[in-house]
Design a protein around this ligand. Structure first.
Ligand code: G3P
Ligand code: CA
Length: 248
């Protein structure tokens, strides 16, 4: 029997791709997420020196490649010349830091993509992102999130149709009031919480917001999130969540 048959089925977001089993934020990790049945990707973006949006978590390439240096000081050609896979496992040697456009091209159109802005480079990234979303027809299927809520407000000013999500770490009551602090229309809340209560979900949902929790990797916590009716679960292990949802 389907263990969650009477529950809403959450969107499975592969966090930095299936990053528990493949090098984060690479095309290999996103492909593995698709193979495992994810519905969406979460990924992190920075701007290169020559104005290309690239997919990488840190503001330097040191941790996740065989190179070193700041992302914003390197051209996309330089960024793609380093290896972004072998640090994780030798079998992923040859993976590169993808351009955001390459991830859009890889993802089937129905895959939801949560783009997290890590470094907006003093407001230079936002107009480039808006242009890319329009050009790739991704305004409907991308949610842009950030801890920098000013960056999200900037995006909405540039393109009101864009969906934005608030990232935050705090344990809070009344999450539904957070969009007022952001000063812009908000599509989703992305809380990192140690302990969830049903009202953390139902309050925002009643206010018309989606709730996408992160980073939920253990089966027990996944089950709690499903039972509470979370709209989306951001996980390094999309295959594990898919199996849980299938009741296997
Ligand atoms: O989007 C949620 C989560 O990805 C934020 O934290 O450090 O994994 O980017 P981090
Ligand atoms: Ca992220």
């Amino acid at each position: 029997m389907d263990t969650v048959s009477n529950k809403k089925v959450p969107i499975i977001f592969a966090h930095r791709g299936a990053s528990g089993e493949a090098p984060e934020n690479t095309l290999a990790a996103f492909s593995l997420g698709l193979e495992q049945g994810c519905d969406g990707f979460e990924l992190d973006v920075h701007l290169s020196k020559d104005g290309e949006i690239v997919v990488i978590h840190d503001d330097t390439i040191d941790r996740t490649t065989n190179g070193s240096g700041k992302v914003r000081d390197m051209t996309v050609e330089q960024l793609q010349a380093v290896d972004a896979g072998a640090w994780f496992d030798e079998k992923y040697k040859g993976e590169v830091i993808p351009r955001l456009e390459e991830v859009f091209d890889l993802a089937p159109p129905e895959i939801v993509i949560n783009v997290e802005i890590k470094g907006s480079c003093e407001g230079k990234l936002e107009p480039i992102l808006v242009e890319l979303l329009k050009r790739k027809g991704r305004l409907d299927t991308v949610v842009v999130s950030s801890f920098d809520w000013k960056s999200l407000k900037h995006l909405k000013q540039l393109e009101p149709a864009i969906k934005v999500g608030l990232l935050y770490n705090l344990n809070l009551d009344h999450h539904e009031h957070l969009p007022a602090a952001a000063g812009t229309e908000v599509y989703s809340l992305h809380p990192n919480m140690k302990r969830w209560e049903p009202k953390d979900i139902t309050g925002p949902q009643a206010a018309g917001l989606q709730v996408y929790g992160w980073t939920i990797n253990q089966a027990e916590t996944m089950t709690e999130a499903i039972e509470m009716g979370m709209d989306g679960i951001i996980t390094d292990y999309p295959g594990r969540l898919k199996a849980l949802l299938k009741g296997t």
